[in-house]
Write a protein that binds this ligand. Structure first.
Ligand code: ATP
Ligand code: MG
Length: 137
């Protein structure tokens, strides 16, 4: 079984949608094997999205990620990384398929409700940024 890292972003937590997002995750056959609600620091958000630091939207993205609590998660399942990307839908909710989390809940490309790792290497790094091994059960 594969693991991926997920974030339920501030736009979703502010609208009290944590359980609704989790229902879609579980219905897709992914298991939530670690989860906590945290207020990200600016430093944590900048590190997390460091790959985007030269993009024009970086400042806005970091401000958004620290604008309210987020729920960080580890999801486990067969092909969890690709499966969760499919369940999330396209980055821009306007392009997201019916039934995906972003189609159901997201309002814009910036405030798009969830994050999911894009490869095994990034999943491992992202999980380790937020969880100790013994917190994943
Ligand atoms: P994530 O990494 O959050 O799972 P993603 O892999 O679908 O999303 P990326 O290209 O990695 O998309 O972009 C990271 C995040 O940066 C997006 O989820 C979105 O919140 C924000 N973002 C991306 N493109 C834009 C944009 N053009 N304008 C504003 N924000 C953007
Ligand atoms: Mg990404």
């Amino acid at each position: 079984l594969e693991r991926t890292f997920s974030i339920i972003k501030p736009d979703a937590t502010k609208r009290n949608l944590t359980g609704s997002v989790n229902a879609v995750i579980e219905k897709a056959g992914l298991r939530i094997v670690a989860q906590k609600r945290i207020q990200m620091t600016r430093q944590q958000a900048e590190t997390f999205y460091g790959v985007h630091k030269d993009r024009p939207f970086f400042g806005e993205l970091v401000d958004f990620m620290i604008s309210a609590p987020v729920v960080v998660q580890v999801l486990e399942g067969e092909n969890a990384i690709a499966k969760y990307r499919e369940v999330m839908g396209a980055t821009n909710p306007a392009n997201a398929a019916e039934g995906t989390i972003r189609k159901l809940f997201a309002n814009s490309v910036g405030e798009n409700s969830v994050h999911g790792s894009d490869a095994p290497e990034t999943a491992a790094v992202e999980i380790a940024q937020f969880f100790a091994g013994n917190e994943i059960v």
